[in-house]
Design a protein around this ligand. Structure first.
Ligand code: NAD
Length: 477
């Protein structure tokens, strides 16, 4: 007898308690060796004054069991409440979001009957770092942070996932034709790591056409690795194409802890009526069983669920007006089929799959030679472009040369076009006269700018990294 694995369980809000009870009933009937430890998260905790929606004792449980099965929660309307999902992912370092998207046609009609792909989404960085500022009355900004450790962790996870799950092809999607440095790094790391997996086919698509291909011919994809924002959008589109978002489960994997859930929300209007579909959370729990190496039980539960669908037993959301069963009854039908396999749909077999544990990421300290060449000084200014340009040329002094001014990325000085629309937010590029500069010279330049009555709002250093330009050129520069 396997030792029972302690897991932290949150029943959540809305339909959460009903679908969690149904899921746990199926898992227990299948003989899952789990020992749930229940915690309260979500609406109740938020409304009790905890703006994060989770208490200190719940964190303690999560850090001890390291496995979290979570039902959806309701984030109360209004400001001040932090998204518990984002908090949990970041605080526990859950860097990989894994979303299998499979069609169950003809039992659940789908426009894409042959779809069977897995989206591996980077979960912690990109625009979701949530670093936003209003800089001028007209301009707000959100920082897109892409890091080498972040890219290496997610890309390696994707390749290891493909190997473990006997997938054949790994696709990367980015927008590196535009964001050459951020998405470019993601793509570069993908190319570097992919060389270590000669048995897998690999490819890269620009996200816009890649996304269109997912919608049009998903059968051509297998495992897809994406930065956070693209992955968020693509995984909902892909899940919807399978027939319903109510069917998909997802895993959030970290080096220490992991969280398993349905991808849908708490559907408050359906709460307390015994109508919700527990399938998304159940499939999330199948991912959890694989994670804790209970592969036989994972196969048993997944196959019984597939057989239940084949036998035409549906909750209201899938039945679409035909006869349907309630949440509890659906769970009971799955339990009745434990030990059976689907006839038409492909049965799963997770037994013999290698352990899901990833090696810890080891940071490599590299000595890169950094040379400061100049600075982009962002200035809040309302007025005529050439007047600003001439003023800044004079302020540059002998230490600097004003390379250009751009507005929203497009070069407007010198020799800008009168047609280019300009806001009140100007990026002014100062380059050291001898091809390099110092922080002291930049501070003096900022003082001169201030003394001239101009307001600088932010500064970015312009560096060479090992002799290579480490900043983008302005459009038209
Ligand atoms: P939702 O996913 O709860 O509902 C969207 C639609 O799908 C509704 O019509 C709903 O009735 C239906 N639906 C969803 N899950 C279903 C299921 N299992 N069975 C049958 N029908 C189902 O999305 P929403 O209405 O935008 O959000 C409701 C709440 O959920 C919000 O407070 C939101 O913040 C929260 N939410 C939580 C999570 C999470 O905890 N992971 C994710 C998304 C949304």
């Amino acid at each position: 007898m396997t030792q029972k694995c302690p897991i932290t369980v949150a029943k959540g809000d809305g339909i959460g308690p009903e679908i969690m009870d149904a899921t746990l009933h199926i898992l227990n009937s299948a003989g899952a060796q789990i020992e749930p430890e229940f915690i309260d998260i979500g609406e109740k905790v938020y409304l009790a004054g905890n703006s994060a929606g989770i208490s200190a004792s719940s964190w303690e449980s999560l850090r001890r069991t390291k496995v979290f099965l979570k039902a959806p929660i309701t984030t109360p309307q209004g400001g001040g409440f932090k998204s518990l999902n984002v908090t949990t992912r970041k605080a526990l370092g859950l860097y990989a979001n894994v979303r299998p998207c499979t069609s169950y046609d003809p039992f659940i009609p789908s426009k894409q009957p042959k779809m069977d792909l897995v989206i591996i989404r980077e979960n912690e960085e990109d625009l979701y770092a949530g670093i936003e500022h209003q800089q001028t009355p007209e301009v707000v900004q959100c920082l897109k942070l892409i890091t080498r450790p972040g890219c290496e962790k997610i890309v390696r996870y994707g390749f290891e996932y493909a190997m473990r799950n006997k997938r054949k092809k790994v696709t990367c999607m980015t927008k590196d034709n535009i964001m050459k440095m951020t998405d470019g790094l993601f793509h570069k790391v993908f190319d570097e790591i992919s060389a270590e997996y000669p048995d897998l086919e690999k490819e890269h698509w620009i996200i816009d056409i890649g996304m269109a291909k997912i919608a049009d011919s998903p059968q051509e994809f297998d495992v897809i690795i994406m930065p956070n924002l693209y992955g968020d959008i693509a995984s909902d589109v892909a899940a919807q194409i399978t027939g319903s978002v109510g069917l998909a489960g997802s895993a959030n994997i970290g080096e220490e802890c992991s969280m398993f859930e349905a991808i849908h929300g708490s559907a408050p209007r359906r709460a307390g009526q015994n109508v919700a579909n527990p399938s998304g959370l159940l499939l999330g729990s199948v991912l959890m069983l694989q994670h804790i190496n209970q592969n036989e039980i994972a196969s048993l539960v997944h196959n019984a669920w597939l057989r239940t669908l084949e036998d035409g037993v549906y909750t209201y959301d899938i039945a679409k007006g035909k006869a349907s069963v309630g949440t509890k009854e659906f769970a009971e039908e799955v339990v009745k089929r434990l030990g059976q396999k689907p006839n038409t749909l492909k049965a799963v077999d997770y037994t013999g799959a290698p352990s899901q544990t990833m090696k810890k990421y080891e940071r490599k300290i590299t000595n890169i030679n950094r040379e400061l060449q100049g600075a982009d000084v962002f200035i809040y200014y309302v007025g005529e472009t050439n007047a600003l340009g001439q003023k800044l040329e004079a302020l540059a002094g002998p230490e600097f040369k004003l390379g250009m001014i751009s507005n929203r990325g497009a070069k407007v000085y010198p020799n800008g076009l009168p047609e280019t629309f300009c806001t009140d937010h100007w990026r002014c590029r100062f380059l050291g006269a001898n091809g390099k500069t110092t922080h002291a010279d930049i501070r003096n330049l900022l003082s001169r700018i201030e003394s001239a009555g101009l307001e600088w709002i932010k500064l970015e250093g312009l560096y060479l990294f090992d002799g290579q330009r480490a900043y983008s050129l302005g459009q038209g520069e």
